[in-house]
Design a protein around this ligand. Sequence first.
Ligand SMILES: Nc1ncnc2c1ncn2[C@@H]1O[C@H](COP(=O)(O)OP(=O)(O)OP(=O)(O)O)[C@@H](O)[C@H]1O
Length: 307
Amino acid sequence: MPNLYDIEVKNISKIYKKTTAVEDISLQVKKGEVFGFLGPNGAGKTTTIRIMTGLLPASSGCCKVLGEEISGIGSDFYRKIGIVFENNNLYMRLSGEKNLRFFASMYQLDNDIVYYLLEKFALLDAAKRPVKSYSKGMKQRLLICRALLHDPKLLILDEPTSGLDPMSVEIIHQAIEEFRNAGKTVFLSTHYMEEADSLCDRLAFINKGSLIAVERPVVLKERYGESYIEIKVLLDKGQESAEMFEEIINQDDILELDDNIMTIKLSLINNDVGLRLDKIRSKSKVLSIHSREATLHDVFMRLTTLS
Ligand SMILES: Nc1ncnc2c1ncn2[C@@H]1O[C@H](COP(=O)(O)OP(=O)(O)OP(=O)(O)O)[C@@H](O)[C@H]1O
């Protein structure tokens, strides 16, 4: 039976002298999906990725990538995957073009792919300039070009858009989508919730070295996020707000008073919201009504404070 997964991590832990960086993590990444790996600073994302790519031995547990046991990989393994880490290890004095040509020659590739990628990542005009003159976004785009040179089956990106300009972010996002559309797999570690929400088919949240949830973004938002209707009403001077809304508000809702403007957040957990909204309208002067969808940020806050 063909293997459904490009990455299979089983019970990996990494313990340094005083720190448990990663504790008993298991996850599976399906072929052809963009899998997001989210967690706060120091959660264990980079450690997990370094173990998964054979750059750091685990203290315990095992891991298979593209069907190969990581403990037994040879140099051939790195021809099948593309990796981009946060720290940039480009040759600063060489031009962008020479950096890519050097790696292309290592893989015995001709130079057409170099120019194709430079153009695709909007680096052709700067191709002959030394990399030390590149902006952070340009360096990051060049790193991704380098990771794609040998046409890998799996792309592993550690915070690829962290602190970048919007144009670089857009180009990198498009490249990730194209890679997925070609049926290939992306493992994406990120801090950015919107990025994870828009790009990832499934997400894993990690906190303090442990995995706390693995699901599709929509399921996580339904399960842990908060959707509500926000209503702003104008109160007359001296009007007693708590009394006024006593019958309408329940424990899942929020009331906030700022001067004589009351903000009411009606939780969508309850299904009588329409009825209660009508009651609010009949009792007070409504200034605005907005619905607020649950976001991955809510999920992240909830999961990281719970664990
Ligand atoms: N070589 C090391 N020796 C000791 N502790 C380490 C070492 N490398 C990482 N750690 C610790 O392990 C934990 C996880 O670190 P890791 O870099 O994997 O987190 P991260 O989620 O990638 O964070 P960030 O988003 O800040 O890069 C942290 O507490 C870190 O200080």
